[in-house]
Design a protein around this ligand. Sequence first.
Ligand SMILES: C[C@H](O)CC(=O)C(=O)O
Ligand SMILES: [Mn+2]
Length: 338
Amino acid sequence: MNNHKIILTDVTMRDGMHAMAHQFSTDDMAIIAQALDEAGMDIIEVTHGDGLGGHSLQYGLAKHTDAEYLEAVSSKIKKAKLSVLLIPGIGTIHDLKAAMKYGIKTVRVCTHCTEADVSAQHIAFARENGLDTVGFLMMCHMISPAELVKQAKLMESYGANCVYATDSSGNLTPAGVTARISALREALSPAVQVGFHAHENLSLSVANSIAAIEAGAGRIDVSLAGLGAGAGNTPAEALVAVCRKLEIPVGADLYKLADAADKLVRPRMTHPVQVDGKSLMIGYAGVYSSFLLHAERAAARYGVDTRDILLELGRRKMVGGQEDMIIDVALDIANHVR
Ligand SMILES: C[C@H](O)CC(=O)C(=O)O
Ligand SMILES: [Mn+2]
């Protein structure tokens, strides 16, 4: 484990947007961003849940545009770095240039774990333009540590100064996290940081984040009250409390995070973000966490069980970007054609 301060990236207003069906208002974001900044959060990510350009029928319509969200939070952030997520193909370099007008300092270029090659231009552009440039390899439980290393090396070669193992479905156990993070830490240049993004679907987000830190991760994603897709992300306030117990250096203030989680985020939740029968199936079957609300809607529409849809999506190895397949699966189940 390194003794450097762990950099925390808050995703309440990005991954949390999935859980809110992308309906945070600009006022909600401004208030939460200010509280996070005052609590000493290192990096604050905003946008649609699927990143820049995510606002669409396929991924869900947001209440406001990316530009409106960025404008609302940028004046509230004094110390933290403002970050956006960009999935090449959903967002474009043009979208990134537009976001840069709002003073973003970090971009996380996000691909499925076997498709790092589609991030070459976006990562190179971000790095050339002086951004803290992070490669974000989603659904990393689907490939071995050695395969993940190959993809991470590609992102490093394009210019990423940090590469994340992203457990999008919350399917990994601590041993799986340790194997992936230590393989990345060993293979990447010491100048390139390793990060980890967890989901709570198997109730392991804090344990997995600690395993990642112990294996050499220097950046960890968190969210207030765990707000995020599926059963949510690593709760910021819980991770900071555990880090304090373990004497792992983190910058953020425990009371301020806990107050923001309790007073600002929980009251805004439209449903409890928790490990229940459905989100548990996501982790268990290895399904993309942001499929949860889409699957619930399809289940209600076609009169089938959400859990059956999720298990079938896992069996078919559907990944982010294949949201339209959720309807196909629901119809197949309804018509008994599985
Ligand atoms: C676009 C996704 O929501 C990115 C992410 O947070 C994940 O894969 O997990
Ligand atoms: Mn996520």
